[in-house]
Design a protein around this ligand. Structure first.
Ligand code: G6Q
Length: 552
């Protein structure tokens, strides 16, 4: 069996003839308008769809032909995508720079499955932790787990950052419909003290449970917030050190530091090196989610993730939704030079979904070297951004409709509302469909003139159209659907990374700024005027801050 590094080298970008073919093809089709593509093929909207794992994807409003798809799939094949997918699911160390397996798929593998890391089947460990989490959540939710004064837990505060925060926040917002409203859930991530102060403002320490979520238990923001939380708790509970046991649990792989902090490791929920932070939603990092929606719903979320994992693993590329979405992103990113992807959920509960995707996509694929360390020759991750509809229509859609940039859009819609209220849902979905239609087909000069618009105003009223979009359609937002959606994007990101031959699973780019902060913070805090050796701008800013601080 080829090791992953052999697979990576074998499928180095230079060996991919599909890129050349795609470039030639792009020159032929780049001017094609969606108006003509649809007019020439009335079945396009029925043909260019894919389904599976609870999701229906209509990708017909993309600036592609059948030949484009063929060449994109050829690119995936030449990139060794299937071999890379298989290697990931087999537990090979495809995160080559950190020498780690990448096994978020094991977190949602059913009991009885076998996935080996260094000769050990990790699936039983996953289920042992899930059982412990379920037991704990049932105790808290039923009131059996009490605070140190005997009161039940009413407030849950997750302290974590990055991958230990964005998934839990997004899931909390997305699944509010399913949440236990007798408890409040807050998420403290920022080292800005405001985050902590506002989170605990209305909380009684005797009713508050902190979840310190940190894979490494070293992230400076998390540890600072956790220490502040500990002091706040003790101040509110007469300094009773024993209270920490009832009011703090940890999620980490660093048992030694958890114990050192004062959290009983029996109240620690483990996760593993092979779970990347931004892929950890289905791990113990989801404890706040499980407390919020209950173990049964959390298992449904895992099931949704798993369904999309299986779809990704075994569906031919031409019907494989994450593969198609990943390749379409590559098409716009690398051939059209599009710089962004807009994610537009027409579902209020998904309002944090674009923010969550920003880390998943850009931390994964914002890379400048290939997996073997050579400079990439093409652009890597586009910038992902977005807001829920219909609000976004009243903010940035002007640019989508009449600006000068190509912005591929992902619309996310649901057939049924969780809060059906008169005509609201029909209006919501009608807007999503209409926007995709307007973006694709626009409005020509002739059409504007035919409306009797004055000549001088006509150019202002024309819509060029030809803005591509995907329509991601599911029946209803449930824990299961959320899992399907998350895995859809996770695997789209993987597909993109494979075509660029980059390692989507490290994040060395977060380190430099952190290291410099480690130098600057003591300079801001020093009693004596520090000797500064930064550039003149940074030196000046430090001095200015110190003088303002001294004045306060
Ligand atoms: C995600 C990253 C990063 C990480 C945070 C928090 O993929 O690894 O966002 O999740 O830096 O790290 P800890 O969980 O170790 O505190």
């Amino acid at each position: 069996m080829a090791t992953d590094i052999q697979v990576i080298t074998k499928f180095a970008p230079a060996k991919r003839t599909a890129w050349k073919a795609l470039e030639a093809h792009y020159r032929r089709v780049r001017e094609l308008h969606l108006r003509n593509l649809f007019a020439d093929d009335p079945t396009r909207g029925e043909r260019m769809v894919a389904h599976g794992a609870g999701i229906h994807l209509d990708y017909s409003k993309n600036r592609i032909t059948d030949q484009t798809l063929k060449l994109l799939i050829q690119l995936a094949e030449e990139s060794g995508l299937q071999a890379r997918i298989d290697a990931m699911f087999r537990g090979e160390k495809i995160n080559t720079t950190e020498k780690r397996a990448v096994l978020h798929v094991a977190l949602r593998a059913p009991r009885g499955a076998s996935i080996f890391v260094d000769g050990v089947n990790v699936v039983p460990q996953v289920h042992t932790v899930l059982e412990r989490m379920s037991h704990f959540c049932n105790r808290v939710r039923s009131g059996d787990w009490k605070g140190c004064t005997g009161k039940r837990i009413r407030h849950v505060i997750n302290i974590g950052i990055g991958g230990s925060d964005l998934g839990p926040v997004m899931a909390h917002e997305a699944l509010r419909h399913y949440s236990d409203r007798s408890m409040t859930f807050q998420f403290v991530s920022n080292v800005d003290g405001t985050a902590f102060v506002e989170a605990v403002r209305d909380c009684d320490p005797a009713e508050t449970l902190f979840i310190v979520s940190s894979k490494t238990f070293t992230a400076s923001e998390t540890m600072t917030n956790a220490r502040t939380a500990r002091s706040w708790l003790l101040a509110g509970l007469n300094g009773d050190e024993k209270s920490v046991a009832n009011h703090f649990v940890a999620i980490s792989m660093n048992a030694a530091d958890v114990a050192q902090f004062g959290i009983d490791t029996r109240n620690m929920f483990e996760f593993w090196e092979w779970v990347g932070g931004r892929y950890s939603l289905g791990s113990a990092i989801g404890l706040s989610t499980m407390l919020d929606i209950g173990p049964r719903n959390f298992l449904a979320l895992l099931d949704g993730l798993h369904q999309m994992d299986m779809h990704f693993l075994s569906t031919p590329f031409e019907r494989n939704m994450p593969v198609l979405m990943g390749l379409l992103t590559v098409w716009y990113n690398n051939l059209f030079g599009a710089q962004t992807v807009a994610v537009l959920p027409y579902e209020q509960y998904l309002h944090r979904f674009p923010a969550y995707l920003q880390q998943l996509t850009m931390e994964s694929n914002g890379k400048h070297v290939t997996a073997i360390g050579t400079e990439v020759t093409q652009s890597t991750s586009p910038i992902y951004w977005g807001e829920p509809g219909t609000n976004c229509q009243h903010s940035f859609y002007q640019l989508l409709h009449q600006g000068t940039r190509l912005v591929p859009c992902d619309f996310i819609v649901f057939g049924r509302s969780l809060n059906s209220l008169g005509r609201h849902h029909d209006m919501l979905v009608g807007n999503a469909f209409a926007q995709a239609e307007a973006l694709a087909f626009g409005k020509t000069t002739e059409e504007v003139k035919a409306e009797g618009i004055a000549d001088w105003l006509t150019p202002h009223r024309v819509f060029e159209g030809n803005q591509p979009s995907n329509m991601i359609f599911a029946e209803r937002l449930t824990p299961e659907t959320l899992g399907q959606l998350v895995a859809l994007y996770e695997h789209s990101v993987f597909t993109q990374g494979v075509t660029w031959n980059i390692n989507s699973f490290d994040q060395w780019g977060v380190e430099l700024g952190e290291a410099l902060a480690g130098q600057i913070i003591p300079e801001l805090e020093a009693m004596e005027e520090p000797q500064l050796a930064h550039d003149s701008s940074t030196n000046g800013l430090i001095r200015r801050y110190r003088s303002l601080k001294d004045a306060s």
